[in-house]
Design a protein around this ligand. Structure first.
Ligand code: R5P
Length: 317
């Protein structure tokens, strides 16, 4: 059943291109609001549309500039709640601060939980997100969370690639042990082998490959990960695949954070194609192997189903 006063879509400044694509897919215009900065850097939000009784969706990735994008998200939630929206959903295609999801040493925050607390405190009733760094983060939000997977969009890409390249000796490569369960899922779906890179993180920007578990020799390897930040994990994994005899190397990642030395690193890496989703803008971060696929239709369909109280779980598959 649809909500009484209908659905309205809004966006912040984090990823307007994706938001416009979602708006086109839903065949509805973007709601009218202004989100700007005061001269001192504080963020100012004004919603021009009447949102009283409305089912409002605010599309905002918490990608770089992370803290500004989070503040836009929080302030919009507060504005919408105070303007008497019936329900406010935070659509967060990429959820930043997710990697700090546990206390792995003394006297450190659990940032993923703290940011989740802020989002619900700001007035959001539900969250729609995609490929969280760890699935447990869903439980950090004290409200319903619909957690989508980009896999169907990435599978489409590989189906298309199959028409252009010989993918018979396909092996899915997890860049670390943490990603092996997801990689196994891909391997099963694509009827491929599985290999795992034994990686150690040296610092925020540096990783070290200790070993390769599984066969990559003579294989077409697809390294999968949730995000590329500085590119260390992916490029080290690609180099390891090459060292252990891989024939061709592809990369499939959901979130192209692409910060610091990532673009330079990827440019020089032995990677044929690097497919990423548009959860984060890649404008100005191009490199020859970069291929972009869109999650706009998936998000639009999820928004439609949430609005009409239909099952979203079909989209999880
Ligand atoms: C690690 O657990 C993540 O899944 C990514 O592999 C990692 O965060 C990517 O970061 P970077 O590109 O800086 O190695």
């Amino acid at each position: 059943m649809a909500r009484s006063k209908g659905l309205k879509l809004f966006t912040g400044n984090s990823n307007p291109v994706l938001a416009q694509a979602v708006s086109r897919a839903l065949e509805m215009p973007m709601g009218n609001c202004r989100i700007e900065k005061f001269p001192d850097g504080e963020i100012d939000v004004k919603i021009y549309d009447d949102v009283r009784g409305v089912d409002a969706f605010f599309i905002q990735s918490t990608c770089p500039p992370v803290n500004d994008n989070i503040m836009e998200l929080l302030l919009f939630g507060d504005a919408c709640r105070r303007a008497s929206a019936e329900r406010v959903t935070a659509v967060i295609p990429y959820y930043g601060y997710a990697r700090k999801d546990r206390k792995d040493e003394g006297r450190v925050p659990i940032s993923a939980k703290m940011v989740a607390n802020c989002i619900t405190a700001a007035g959001y009733d539900r969250v729609l997100t995609m490929d969280l760094h760890s699935a447990q983060i869903q439980g950090f939000f004290d409200c319903p969370v619909d957690h989508l997977y980009a896999a169907p969009v990435l599978f489409d890409y590989f189906r298309d690639l199959k028409t252009r390249a010989d993918l018979r000796n396909l092996t899915i490569v997890a860049p670390d042990v943490g990603r092996s369960k997801v990689a196994r899922g891909y391997a099963k779906r694509l009827n491929a082998g599985l290999a795992i890179v034994d990686k150690r993180r040296v610092s925020g920007e540096e990783t070290e490959v200790l070993d390769m578990i599984g066969k990559v020799d003579g294989q077409v390897c697809v390294i999968i990960d949730d995000m590329i930040a500085t590119g260390g994990s992916i490029v080290d994994s690609a180099n390891a695949c090459k060292k252990f005899g891989a024939q061709d190397i592809y990369v499939a990642c959901t979130h192209p954070v692409l910060c610091g030395p990532a673009v330079e690193r990827l440019r020089g890496a032995p990677i044929k194609e690097c497919v990423v989703c548009d959860t984060i803008p890649t404008l100005g971060k191009d490199f020859p192997q970069l291929k972009l696929v869109s999650v706009a239709n998936l998000l639009a369909e999820a928004i439609r189903r949430i609005h009409f109280s239909e099952s979203v779980s079909l989209l999880f598959k």
